[in-house]
Structure formats: C-alpha cells, structure tokens
Write a protein that binds this ligand. Structure first.
Ligand SMILES: *Cc1c(COP(=O)(O)O)cnc(C)c1O
Length: 239
C-alpha cells in the first residue's frame, strides 16, 4: 500500500463517522482495535504514532516479539502504552503467556479455557475482561459457542471470579457484498440484549466486538462497540 497510515486512518475514520451517523450512534461508542497480525514491529509502531491505542493479535507466537519490544520494558515517563487485545483462538497451554500481557480476551469459547484463564488471573491477582465468542453463522471453520450454548456458559462463568465477561464477539463469513453480513451482526446484538434481559448478573455484558475490514460499517450499524481492523487500516505485509 502506497498511502500512509495517517491517510488510511483518516479514510477509515470518515467511514466510521458516516456509519455512526446512519445508525444514530455517537462516534465515541465505537472503538478501533488495530489488528497488527499481518505487519511488522515497525508498522505497528507507526500505527501507535498515528494515535491508535488498541492493538489486536491472534497468535502469541507472532505477537511475542512485538509485545516484548513495545510493552516488555519499563515505561518511560509520560509514555502512553497501548492496550493489547487477544483476538485469536487460544490454546489452554498458551494462557500463561497471554494473560497478564493482553488486557482483553476476545475469544472465550469453552469452559476449560475459562478455567485456565481464571486460574492464571487469580495467580496474578487480576480480573480479565473477556468477550465470549459466538459462532453465529454456524460455519464449521469458525470458533465460538453456538447461540444455544451461550446462556448456560454465561451462568457457569459465575464460578470464575478472575473473569469479567464484558461482551460478545463474532466473526462474520467473508462476503463479497458486505450487506450480506448484517443478519450475523444483528443476531449477536439480539443475543446480548436477551442475555441482559434474562440474567441479572449478565449486566456487564454490554459490548459487541464485531466488524473487520470488509464489513465494519454494517457491524457499526448493528451496534458494534469494538471493531477489529487489520488490512484496511494497518495493511498487510508479505513475509
Ligand atoms: C485478522 C483478524 C481481524 C482483522 O482482519 P482484517 O480483515 O484484515 O481487518 C479481525 N478479527 C480477527 C479475529 C482476526 O483474526
């Protein structure tokens, strides 16, 4: 990509603003996670210089070097540190690497993982804000609970004080026509509303992590509060 990070951010900002306007939403209610999984440390630093504050990575092996370089040392005075979001599927044996370094977990999708995250959180004396991943589209290739599994799962999470469920996350199938993703995003919003209406302790489940480069405007129109942007914003570099 020949244009700069600042140019891309300006373009994306304008599209976010327009989507918010169409939906009658406030721009402040939508936050951007810059997904840096396809780019180098240098490009990640450029994203931070452009004012992006939230970074998303989906594999610890790939994220490790960037995390160490950016957040591993002592912060210098006045330095603002990014907030890291783990957005990929997480193996239980990687929990010890990720929890404590990544503030948010977007891919909580099974009890053994919740168990491991809770255990690590308690060792560290922290509470981890987590999104519960739901496979709304039902595609085999996608991780996440089925919509039917969601309520019982949320009830079980009460056993894990180291986890704070803050929202739901989903990935829509890639569609050449982004409008086609709307039912997936709408369904996630309805699942959130239903949870909060039915379960008094689900009050904290307020956020929706949904929308990527191809479909973020539709996701915003359907209520996304966190959008996860890789290619369109920070770009995609060949290895
Ligand atoms: C890679 C990835 C993204 C960003 O994808 P783009 O299409 O490049 O914006 C968002 N969410 C998850 C879970 C991802 O793995």
């Amino acid at each position: 990509m020949s244009n700069t990070m600042d140019d891309r951010l300006t373009l994306v900002e304008e599209r976010i603003r327009q989507a918010c306007e169409r939906a009658g939403r406030s721009r402040e209610d939508v936050r951007i996670i810059a997904v840096t999984k396809y780019v180098s440390l240098e490009t990640t630093r450029e994203a931070l210089r452009s004012g992006l504050k939230h970074l998303g990575e989906n594999r610890w092996q790939d994220a490790q070097a960037k995390w160490n370089a950016i957040s591993g040392g002592e912060p210098s005075i006045g330095e603002e540190r990014p907030v890291w979001h783990f957005i990929g599927s997480l193996q239980t044996n990687k929990v010890k690497d990720v929890i404590g370094k990544f503030t948010y977990m977007h891919s909580l999708d099974r009890l053994p993982l919740a168990e491991a995250v809770n255990k690590r959180a308690q060792q560290l004396g922290i509470i981890v804000p987590c999104f519960i991943q739901v496979n709304v589209s039902g595609e085999d290739s996608k991780h996440g609970l089925t919509p039917e599994e969601l309520h019982p799962f949320v009830e079980r999470l009460r056993d894990y004080p180291g986890i704070e469920p803050v929202g739901l996350m989903t990935m829509a199938p890639y569609e050449a026509e982004p409008e086609q993703t709307r039912p997936v995003f709408r369904a996630l919003r309805e699942l959130r509303d239903e949870l909060r209406a039915r379960l008094p302790y689900a009050e904290t489940i307020a956020h929706l992590s949904m929308g990527m480069s191809n479909d973020f405007e539709v996701a915003i129109e359907e209520g996304a509060t966190w959008i996860r942007l890789g290619t369109i914003l920070v770009g995609k570099e060949e290895d």
